[in-house]
Each structure stands twice: as structure tokens, then as C-alpha cells.
Design a protein around this ligand. Structure first.
Ligand code: FNR
Length: 182
């Protein structure tokens, strides 16, 4: 594939709706894109004392982000913000000072919630963080996905009610990645 996208899911649980959604989402992508789920569940809690001696899992995260043309965040909202595990991963990738892997990577933000306006606040908080990290982030369209009946079909693909909307969002994000790479 011409473009490699790192996918970060902000939930660690096995049955994560966001994890399932991320898997279904990337199946809608055109063939010049490949996707790699970046693991964040084995990262230690960020501690600045370790900056000079980063854990193997941190080095892996940083190498995977460095190799990617873009970063796709698929995250739930926890208590009206992003989950701590996601912030922890972002903090790891931003350090040591001057060696952030996030800078310049075109980002897309999408999230699934059981609540009606779910993930809107989390997404807004994430935008703040990514702006500081100098990641060009797709502004429109926004996508707040409600995990209702029929979000997924029997094969785990995006169900008919949401498919067109999700496809449009993904196409716009992939166009964004190409534009930023040019
Ligand atoms: C939630 N949930 C939630 N939903 C929401 O729309 N806004 C919120 O602020 C919160 N807060 C929150 C905090 C914590 C600690 C948990 C565990 C959950 C509900 C959330 O949308 C739901 O659990 C999703 O299923 C979580 O995403 P995954 O794990 O299915 O991907």
C-alpha cells in the first residue's frame, strides 16, 4: 500500500465497540491504504524519569507512529474526556522533549459511544491535545457514532443505516492524509 495508517483505539477491553468499529472502518478503505492497530495496553504509566531509558513497548509505539503517514484515533469518551490510557500513549509518544513522533502526522478522530452525544466532548479534548502536538487534524466532517442496534451487521461490518455516513467520513480522512503528504 502507498499509505500506512496507524490506528489507535482508546479502549483496552476485549469487546470494545470502538475496537470493533475500527476493524469495520478500515475494511471500507481503498486499497492504496493499509492499517496497523498500534497496541497501547502494555505501555507503562508515563514517568519522566524514564525518558532516557524508554521501555521496549514505548520504543515500539514510537517506531510504529514514525513509520505511519497518518494516525487514526478511534476512542470512547470517559467521563467527558479521553480515556487515560489514550492520554498515556500520547504522552509517551511526545517525549523526550524534541523527539515527539506526532508532529505533522495527519490525524482523524472518530468514536463510538452508548450515549446519544457520546464522544463529542472526548473528541474536542483530543483536538486540543493534537493541536498542541502539531498534528493537522481533519476538522469536517465530524463523526459521533451512537452504538445502537444495527451499527454492525452479522459479519461485523458497518450496518446499512450507518455505512454511507461512515464511508464518507473515511474517504474525507484518507483524502486529508494524501493532501498532507503532498
Ligand atoms: C463511560 N461511558 C461514557 N459514555 C459517554 O458517552 N460519555 C462519557 O463521559 C462516558 N464515561 C464513561 C466512563 C467510563 C470510566 C466508562 C467505562 C464508560 C460509556 C461508554 O460510552 C461505553 O462504556 C462504551 O462502550 C466504551 O467504549 P468501548 O470500550 O466499548 O470501546
Amino acid at each position: 500500500a502507498a499509505y500506512q495508517i496507524a490506528v489507535i483505539v482508546g479502549s483496552l477491553r476485549q469487546e470494545s465497540l470502538n475496537g470493533k468499529f475500527a476493524d469495520a472502518l478500515v475494511r471500507l478503505a481503498r486499497p492504496e491504504f493499509s492499517f496497523k492497530r498500534v497496541q497501547i495496553g502494555d505501555l507503562p504509566l508515563y514517568n519522566q524519569d524514564d525518558d532516557k531509558n524508554q521501555a521496549a513497548s514505548v520504543k515500539r509505539l514510537k517506531a510504529e507512529i514514525s513509520a505511519a503517514h497518518g494516525v487514526l484515533f478511534v476512542t470512547p469518551e470517559y467521563n467527558r474526556s479521553i480515556p487515560g490510557v489514550l492520554k498515556n500513549a500520547i504522552d509517551h509518544g511526545s517525549r523526550p522533549y524534541g523527539q515527539s513522533v506526532w508532529q505533522g502526522k495527519p490525524a482523524g478522530i472518530i468514536g463510538v459511544s452508548v450515549g446519544a452525544i457520546g464522544t463529542a466532548l472526548a473528541q474536542q479534548h483530543l483536538r486540543n491535545i493534537l493541536a498542541y502536538l502539531d498534528m493537522p487534524t481533519l476538522g469536517q466532517p465530524e463523526a459521533f457514532v451512537h452504538a445502537g442496534e444495527g451499527l454492525f451487521d452479522a459479519e461485523g461490518k458497518i450496518g446499512p443505516a450507518s455505512k454511507e455516513f461512515v464511508q464518507k467520513w473515511l474517504d474525507r480522512y484518507l483524502d486529508w492524509v494524501i493532501k498532507q503528504a503532498a
